[in-house]
Design a protein around this ligand. Sequence first.
Ligand code: 5GP
Length: 187
Amino acid sequence: MNSIDKNIVVISGPSGCGKDTVVKKILSTDERFVLSVSATTRAKRPIETDGVDYIFLTTEEFTTKLANDEFLEYTNYCNNYYGTLKQQIEDKVKAGKVVILVIEVEGAQNVKKVYPDCLTIFLAPPSLEELERRLKNRGTEDESKIKQRLFKAKEELGFQSSYDYIVENNYVEQCAQSIIDIFDNRD
Ligand code: 5GP
């Protein structure tokens, strides 16, 4: 296995399944792991910090980076661009870290093409009803955006079997530990 691949963990899962909370738990539990901070054109949520949760860009800034071949992968999700910057991976792996990418299914497939031995994990919600409840409770999207994200979620659940592992997110701590265990015990 080449050394970059083995230091990349890709985590996907439908919006509202708790990916960010689980990943924050992993990062605070185990200092081997760091986050690949994605670039996005989506509006910043009040709880988010530029450069920490995302690198927030205008569409023009995003397309300039795209033209300069700065992205490992990118996608358009619910009318916004999201992309993984090559530099995020290269710098962090060089620094001896394991980089976690929290990205949607199309991006995960594209990363797997470049780094075939990276570890891919699909985080599944206990049920679609629970997913809807979590999205509504979160209060970061209005009714029409929630509908759009639930539609997308159903589509994304169809891709679960293409991942190396599927982990159900019932309890954050348990789920974070399962992911660390999978990482430590893989071939
Ligand atoms: P959100 O708007 O909820 O933060 O993210 C929407 C979706 O975009 C989530 O599934 C998230 O994992 C995904 N996403 C975030 N960053 C990236 C990225 O760099 N590339 C891709 N392909 N998806 C991303």
